[in-house]
Write a new protein. Structure first.
Length: 193
């Protein structure tokens, strides 16, 4: 297995009209979010105002998962959905989108032929789960929202701390065993491109 860990202090946080946004990963790594020349982007956001308008992103497909709080998201001429913790909504960046409520969310943006899935996994201390891995042209990302987990690579124990991002690019097995060092919550993103 080939992997890397991005530590929490390496992420870039910016302000936007409704709060803050933290870019966790962008691919290609030299892509620029403002130029919209990425294949995919992972980020978190704090929505701190009661009503907010989403930035239009033509050509971008979006998935949003609530990590904390609750919002009602509205896509003009499409659908309205109430989102609570770990609920997911999918929509196109070209849609006129607004929300009511405050939250912390996880965002997956994809362009072109890139596809992605989001899942949440909650572990109790000392609990172990197997995370399935899709091998073909993929990257697997695990963002540790809370807690601390461990995983084994080539008979060596590795640790992922709260706020860190694990990136797995080469897979030798169909699953990855994750063990909670503490009660932990993680967001798993599998990207196919």
């Amino acid at each position: 297995m080939s992997f890397s860990i991005i530590r929490a202090d390496k992420f870039n946080t910016i302000n936007w009209s409704g709060g803050t946004s933290t870019q966790l990963y962008i691919y290609p790594e030299n892509a620029d979010y403002k130029q919209k020349n990425f294949d995919f982007r992972l980020s978190t956001a704090k929505v701190e105002v009661e009503k907010s308008e989403f930035t239009p992103l033509i050509g971008v497909s979006r998935k949003i998962m609530i990590l904390d709080g609750e919002i009602e998201i509205s896509h003009k001429n499409h659908h309205i959905k109430r989102l609570q913790k770990f609920d997911i909504d999918e929509f196109e960046g070209s849609w006129e989108t607004s929300s009511v409520g405050t939250c912390i969310d996880f965002n997956l943006m994809t362009r072109g032929n890139t596809k992605g899935e989001l899942n949440s996994i909650t572990l109790k201390k000392d609990q172990t789960v197997e995370c399935p891995i899709t091998r073909q042209n993929s990257k697997l990302f695990i963002y540790l929202y809370s807690g601390k987990i461990s995983f084994k690579t080539a008979n060596k124990n590795q640790v992922l701390n709260q706020g860190e991002l694990l990136i797995i690019t080469k897979f030798h097995k169909n699953t990855l065993q994750l063990t909670g060092s503490n009660d932990s919550t993680m967001i798993v993103s599998n990207l196919l491109y």
